[in-house]
Design a protein around this ligand. Sequence first.
Ligand SMILES: O=C[C@H](O)[C@H](O)[C@H](O)COP(=O)(O)O
Length: 236
Amino acid sequence: MTSLIEQAKQKAAYQAVDEHVLPTHRVIGVGSGSTVVHVVARLLQRDPELNAKTVFIPTSFQSRGLLLDGGLTVGDVEQYPDIDVTIDGADEVDAQLNAIKGGGAAHLQEKVVAEAAKKFVIVADYRKDSKVLGEQWLKGVPVEVVPFAWRAVLKKLQAQGSNDAKLRMAVAKAGPVVTDNGNFIIDAPFGLIKDPVKCLRDIKLITGVVEVGLFCNMAEVAYFGCEDGSVTIRTK
Ligand SMILES: O=C[C@H](O)[C@H](O)[C@H](O)COP(=O)(O)O
């Protein structure tokens, strides 16, 4: 039995692929996380001849694996800096389509692949749908940092008001989470983030920060799978 949450993720992902991945598209960005599993599943249901003419740009070790396991052709942004559309999950999305991402520590590559796309589409379940960031995602803003700078960055984040900022620790490994890019992650809660652009700028200006998991003014549309089986679409 698929859970309500899994069904919601699947509905949102399938509808977003159906409405935004067009037969004319040749380069598709694919985000990371558990909702994106359904995005790839839907891509694999397309006409195999169409998929054979398309290159898919992953955003993490995880999404690269999903694409390769499906027999799809993968590329990178160095080869394909012009992407037709990128579809990705999110940890939380506000009323203006700003998003927190990086719960899986993949937001650096995700942001590059989203910004390289003509259109950025978010897919999520109902738990991620908020008016203001910080309402439901309480773990904080994921901040990727250069390892040697982590303690200095942590102190700056605390000085910016994130008293509970913490280095993200690994689960099945002693020590910190190490990202696909060889960096560390600090999770920095800021309570309700009423001005995500300012929060993003302030954090990004700390030397040693590689990327911030705040995606502001990037998404054109978000698909939320709801508990009742419907899909809510929010556009800019
Ligand atoms: O780093 C991970 C990504 O930003 C994911 O897209 C985000 O955490 C959402 O993942 P999920 O679909 O598993 O909730």
